[in-house]
Design a protein around this ligand. Sequence first.
Ligand code: SAH
Length: 400
Amino acid sequence: MPAMPERSSDSALATVTISARGTLRLRSGHVWVYRSDILSADGIAPGALVKVSDPQGKSLGTALYSTASQIAIRLLSRGRVEDFPALLRQRIQEALGYRDLVVRDTDAYRIVFSEADFLPGLIVDRYNDIVAFQVLTQAMDSEAARQALVSELCDRLNPAAVVERVDPRVRRLEQLSPRNAALVHGENTNTIFTMNGVRFHYAALEGQKTGSFLDQRENYAAAAQYAHGDALDVFCYQGGFALHLAPHCSHVTGVDSSRPALEVADQNATLNGREIEWLEANAFDLLKDYSVAGRQFDTIVLDPPAFAKTRKNLDTALRGYKELNLRALKMVRPGGILVSCSCSYHVSQAEFLQMISEAALDARKTLRILEVRGQAKDHPVLLTVPETSYLKIVICRLSN
Ligand code: SAH
């Protein structure tokens, strides 16, 4: 969108002037400007809607400002925005329209994925008749934004409940007052959602993230296509992969260190009439024990938490991924399947594939790649904002 000429009517918004480097970044299609590229932002309130201009005073658009984050500016529009709550409502409608196009076989999916839905700092997930949202920035934490969000979600989806989920670490970093997860509309905190024909319990005020890992939905179905025999789902949480593999396998074991996650996993197995063995264990120790004992499997899924939280610990993270994949590869029978995931944005797809090939060489296994995949399409990737693409999954078959 071309920049609009300045007019006196938008003088109500303060202007943040950014450096030539920041300008280049926005012109390249990114939407973030780091604090080190801010030339002047004196006295601007936390979460303010601001005009952004280049060093020559030319307008670059309208953004949300944070006084706390290293990402000081998140661009909302390359044009003018006067009414942020109205824009938020409009963008939720657009986000829902996009889901109509890409979401199939489920009543649980991400409705708003922050920057990728042009609503930086906002996550909204739907679990059947319950909608869960999470606020990650000062601007999205304002009363006006919250009211617009909840009322738009209620108008469009008529949910039984809307619940706010909280990431305390993010709130601290963004200097937001502490909050607890809470119902903000309705009374229901429990429901059952379905993906790919598999049913899951949802407890709106419990669990990790907004309650589940919806980004793997399409990957569950992909992995199930190839799974067979004796299967091991490592880092299984509430059983997403394990439950999808069960109809195709003779035995499935799920491993996680979180007891509450495994309790829900077990209820999910009952709900679907499946028998799955759940093990509460540190996955690294368990894999070590299994390899010493010479255990073998036909299908192994590895879906660990993000090892690389920053670019700085990338090497350590890659070593961790390699160790894990090496151990698993040694335990997969000839003709068996490895499903290996990484949700670290800082590990690129090329680095991830390289790591797996090194692990395979060390394990003396030959792999054929069946599929290289990413996050489900309801977690869209914005081509010019690489940070929106974070999940990598490789499905491969070991040669005989
Ligand atoms: N595969 C899951 C998501 C996994 S998220 C799904 O599709 O739903 C990562 C999981 O790893 C979390 O459930 C967390 O409890 C678990 N975890 C973290 N560290 C662990 C460890 N050292 N050993 C076993 N599980 C661990």
